[in-house]
Design a protein around this ligand. Structure first.
Ligand code: NAD
Ligand code: KPL
Length: 299
């Protein structure tokens, strides 16, 4: 059985595209012991609608676990069920940002833990409706030693969705690349309450994006074997802004719904890394503080 831990937008997207008799979700601990069958309408990328029934399952039955909780919930969610999950079951972490993945890998180093970086887009305008809003690609790679041997079999399982998947030996590098884009877009859109495409016209964005990219270039060089120029990072951010101009970023969407954001795992992660490495990160700090003020539930 393929298990989903965190049956929100992304979890329900994967669940809708996998064979219905192979997939179940792990109910939240506060749900009744058996949990309910989740029912929702899935709208495919082509606009076709289909009803989905996603039954609950038990940790003991899971042969591949897709963890699609928000970064801030991931450690606690796994802690609550991991002892009942078979030791050989690969655990695939889908969180944005960095920090949550390393905490999980450090806590359970003998488990086959993988991380995924995905550009698929899913949202849930109502409880009963999940939309595959953007077709993307997904890279999967190991975070622990025993994870390496499981990448191929996990890709084989997930290939049943028809989505594009790639093995990625150095998944942390790919997560870093996505973090840079998210750090350069998400907090600005949340603070300015605007779609991605409005950023280049904003004085606040223009004032800070250059310094933010300088901070990130120094952090990348200190933490990895790569030495990108600040200009290259800014160019990458601008490119994604252009390609996703009409998007509401995930962080802006969280603020709009009064939900906790993932700021601690994006710009907040860069602030913590800067502290650890003795690198000043005033722009990341400013953005982190301002986003935290917007979301009363942020940690
Ligand atoms: P979401 O809030 O829609 O879903 C998270 C789900 O986890 C919620 O349904 C919540 O109830 C559930 N959950 C929390 N704690 C739990 C627990 N202890 N046990 C069981 N369930 C629990 O979030 P999302 O948009 O699906 O995003 C999930 C992660 O994937 C985030 O890190 C996000 O950045 C990343 N991501 C999302 C997308 C996307 O398009 N939605 C794309 C790329 C990456
Ligand atoms: O990944 C994104 C997000 O919103 O989290 C971007 C790339 C910024 C697209 O909106």
């Amino acid at each position: 059985m393929i298990g989903v831990l965190g049956a929100g937008s992304l979890g329900r997207l994967w669940a809708a595209l996998l064979p219905g008799d192979q997939i179940g979700y792990l109910p939240r601990p506060e749900a009744s012991l058996s949990g309910q069958v989740l029912t929702y309408t899935f709208e495919s990328i082509g606009g076709e609608e289909r009803p989905i029934r996603l039954p609950p399952t038990t940790p003991e039955a899971i042969s591949v676990l897709l963890v699609t909780t928000k970064a801030g919930d991931t450690f606690t969610a796994l802690q609550g069920c991991i002892s009942a999950i078979p030791a050989q079951t690969p655990i695939v972490l889908f969180q944005n940002g960095l920090g949550s993945q390393q905490s999980v890998a450090e806590a359970w180093p003998s488990r086959p833990i993988l991380a995924a970086s995905t550009t698929e887009g899913a949202n849930r305008p109502t409880q009963e409706r999940v939309i595959h809003a953007g077709l993307g690609e997904t890279w999967l790679g190991p975070l622990t030693g025993s994870g390496s041997a499981r990448v191929g079999s996990v890709i084989q399982v997930l290939n049943q969705t028809g989505l594009v998947l790639h093995a990625e030996e150095n998944i942390l590098t790919r997560l870093w690349d996505k973090l840079i884009v998210n750090a350069g877009i998400n907090p600005f859109t949340a603070i300015l309450d605007c779609p991605n495409g409005d950023l280049p016209e904003s004085a606040f964005f223009q004032q800070h994006i250059g310094d933010l990219c300088r901070e990130m270039a120094i952090l990348v060089a200190a933490d990895t074997d790569r030495h990108p120029s600040p200009e290259a990072l800014q160019e990458r951010i601008r490119d994604v802004v252009t390609k996703t101009a009409r998007n509401t970023s995930s962080m802006r969407a969280d603020v709009m719904r009064g939900k906790p954001t993932e700021i601690d795992f994006i710009n907040g992660y860069l602030v913590s890394l800067g502290k650890k490495l003795g690198i000043p990160t005033p722009v990341n700090q400013l953005l982190t503080e301002q986003v935290k003020q917007l979301s009363p539930h942020s940690e």
